[in-house]
Structure formats: C-alpha cells, structure tokens
Design a protein around this ligand. Structure first.
Ligand SMILES: NC(=O)c1ccc[n+]([C@@H]2O[C@H](COP(=O)([O-])OP(=O)(O)OC[C@H]3O[C@@H](n4cnc5c(N)ncnc54)[C@H](O)[C@@H]3O)[C@@H](O)[C@H]2O)c1
Ligand SMILES: CC(C)[C@H](C(=O)O)[C@@H](O)C(=O)O
Ligand SMILES: [Mg+2]
Length: 358
C-alpha cells in the first residue's frame, strides 16, 4: 500500500517524538512492503517565526493533498508568557481542526500491568482500567465568539452547540461503545449549562437506537473525581470540547504518564493523529520526552488505513518496550532511556517480530 502522510512536527518536543513515530512507521513499511511518503510542513510557533502564521495556507494544502496528517505538538513559552501576543501557536492547531472538519477526537486510555506502580493512584482502583474519550473538537467554547468589552474590563468566551454537532460525534461514540463493553457515559454540566442540556436531549434520543448500550450521565465535576477513585467503571466517555481536553489529561494519570496518551482526530476532509500532550518546553532538545504517545498515534493512523495487523504490531512492540523497561524517565526513573533509544527499540522489535497479534 502507498500512502502520503503530511508531517507537522511543530514545536518543543514535537520534532523529537515525531521522529520516533516515523522511525517506527518506516520499520512497518519495510516489514509489510508498504510505501509511506512524508511531506513536512510548518505549524505552530516555528511557523509563526518563519511565516508570521501558525497554520500557513501551504501547510493546509499539503494536508489536503495527503492521506493523513501526523502532528507533533505546538506551543512556546515566548507566546504563553506574553498576554499581548497578537498571534499564538495554539490558533494554528484550532485552525487546522476547524478547516479540516476534525470534529471527532478519540483518546484511548489503556493501562499496562508493568506500569501500575508508576501511577500515583491506588493499584486496586486502576488495574484493568480501559476507557476511551470521544471529545468533540470543533465546537463549544473554543470556537465561540470571544472578546473584550467595557474598556477591557470584561472578557467573554461564548459556548454554543447545535444538534448536528452533537449528533455527529455521539454517533461514532455509540458505535464504539457497541463494539467495546457497551457503556457510554455522557460527561456534561447539565445542572448549569444550557448547551449541556441540549447534549443530554440529543444523546437521550439517540440512545433508543442503541438499546444494547447502557448510557449514563455524569456532571463533569463528579466525573473528574470518579476518574481518580473508580476509573474501571468507564468504557466510552462522550463529552464536549473543553471537558474532553481536561478529563483526558486527567485520565493519563491512570496510565502512568501523559507521554503515553495517543489520539486520532477524524473528520470530514481528512484525519489527523497526534499525541494528547503538548510541546513540553522544559524537555525540548534534551532527548528525554516519552515518544510512545506519538508512536501510538501513528498506530491509530495505520488503523485508519485499515492496516490492522501493522497497527497491532506497533502496540505489541510498545508493550514490550514498557515491560522491558526500555522507557523514558517519566515511567522509568530508575534506569531511564532516551527518547531516541526507545524509538530505536520499538522500531527494531517491529522489524524483527513475527507475530502480529497485540
Ligand atoms: N496538542 C498540542 O499541540 C498541545 C497540547 C497541550 C498543550 N500544548 C501547548 O504546549 C505548551 C506546554 O503546555 P503544558 O506544559 O501545559 O502541557 P504539556 O503537555 O506540554 O506538558 C505537561 C506535563 O506533562 C508531562 N509530559 C507531557 N508530554 C510528555 C512526554 N512526551 N513525555 C513525558 N512527559 C510528558 C510533563 O511532565 C509536562 O510538564 C503550551 O504552549 C501549550 O499551549 C499543545
Ligand atoms: C493546545 C490546545 C489548544 C489543545 C486543546 O486544548 O485542544 C491541547 O490542550 C490538546 O489537548 O490538544
Ligand atoms: Mg489538552
């Protein structure tokens, strides 16, 4: 199979972790006789530095001409620390999500037995936790009208959702629940927010089409607490843009590190695959960041290409690296390995392993 992949490495640790994902994809290409063609394009702070724009038209064009997008991370303290910055790297990420119609962000949270003791949470509470967050990605407060008024003494960010926006993410979430443990939890704030009440109305109506799926409703504050005390109860979590951002970073604590959390953003025009973490500027250039989130995002891209054996081969290699302690400092502080050493190990295992089942 031949596939064109747009590579937007971005800022901070983005280029380092994406390099490992590409190493692993190349090992897959060699083993299974595929051709992956990569086209790099600018995004984030680096794109502002070069072009003045965090998501240049040229980058969007490369993405539209590709079969999928592999994204690293964006963000730079020089913008985060400047409240008056006219343009920000994060605007580039929001722009590509909106322009490509990437409304469905899928963030799987899986635990590894050999990492259970790395989580600050109690072992008996998190063992076996296996959930996936379906986060709405192109609506809500992130994209509502925003601004300042009253001589800059008041600021506002509006939150709007339409029935169509809710239905189109609820559908794949219900389908995922049906294929998994048949439980869907809508996380909202329906005791306060009108948008959340619309989410409940829509999801309740759709639930009748999925009688085999048990649906429950949790307020986000309760859900945040339940995620820590009893994450095993969750199967598919469906939620709006901002709640999904927060709850997925929180859920990464169960696995042992945010550096393990991959994601897929599916949409109308294309699909983008990116780690859930950011540019982690403190680690940039040090070869210490965990590349697993980026590598598992590449595995999700292979699922998207219907290359399921290949994707499972990567997952198996990742598990092996974790079990063997070939892991970065966030999950192995006794004998940490470099970012590139972990990438090399996973790529080598992919190249040499014979079995494909994860
Ligand atoms: N998708 C994205 O591109 C994305 C996501 C989140 C944040 N950001 C941006 O990244 C910048 C830094 O934000 P932040 O510090 O709040 O979040 P971050 O995700 O970059 O880092 C938060 C913490 O998570 C841990 N971490 C993150 N990635 C890791 C990895 N690969 N390996 C090991 N540990 C890892 C580190 O302890 C780090 O201090 C900001 O500019 C922010 O806007 C971008
Ligand atoms: C950088 C930021 C805009 C982004 C978000 O909030 O969606 C990030 O936190 C993420 O989780 O992908
Ligand atoms: Mg986030």
């Amino acid at each position: 199979m031949k596939k064109k992949i747009a590579v937007l490495s971005g800022d901070g640790i983005g280029p380092e972790v994406v390099a490992q994902a590409i190493k692993v994809l190349n090992a897959i290409a060699g083993k299974y006789n595929h051709t992956f063609e990569y086209t790099e394009a600018l995004a984030g702070a680096i794109a502002i530095d070069v072009t003045g724009n965090p998501m240049p038209d040229e980058t969007l064009k490369v993405c539209l001409e590709s079969d999928a997008i592999l994204f690293g991370a964006i963000g730079d303290p020089k913008y985060d620390n400047d409240p008056n910055a006219k343009v920000r790297p994060e605007q580039g990420l929001l722009k590509i999500r909106k322009e490509m119609g990437l409304f469905c962000n899928i963030r799987p949270v899986t635990t590894y037995d050999s990492l259970i003791d790395k989580s600050p949470l109690k072992e008996d509470r998190i063992k076996g936790a296996d959930l996936v967050v379906y986060r709405e990605l192109t609506g809500g407060i992130y994209f509502g009208e925003k601004g300042r008024k009253n001589n800059d003494t008041t600021a506002y960010d509006n939150c709007e959702y339409s029935v169509i926006e809710i239905e189109r993410i609820a559908k794949p979430a219900f389908e995922a629940a049906r294929a998994r443990r048949k439980k869907l939890t809508l996380v909202d704030k329906a005791n306060v927010l009108e948008t959340s009440r619309l989410w409940r109305d829509v999801v309740k109506k759709m639930a009748s089409e999925y009688p085999d799926v048990e649906v429950d409703y949790l307020f986000v504050d309760n859900a945040a607490m339940q995620m820590i005390v009893n994450p095993v109860q969750f199967d598919v979590i469906l939620t709006e843009n901002m709640f999904g951002d927060i709850i997925s970073d929180e859920a990464s604590v169960i696995t042992g590190s945010l550096g393990l959390l991959a994601s897929a953003s599916m949409g109308a025009k294309t699909a983008m695959f990116e780690p859930c973490h950011g540019s982690y500027p403190q680690a940039a250039g040090k070869n210490v960041a965990n590349p697993v989130a980026a590598i598992l995002s590449a595995a999700m891209m292979l699922d998207h290409f219907q290359l399921f054996d290949e994707a499972n081969c990567i997952r198996k290699a990742v598990k092996k690296s974790i079990d063997e302690g070939i892991a970065t400092v966030d999950i192995n502080n006794q004998n940490p390995k470099n970012t590139s050493t972990v990438g090399d190990y996973i790529a080598k295992f992919v190249g040499e392993s014979s079995s494909v089942t994860a």
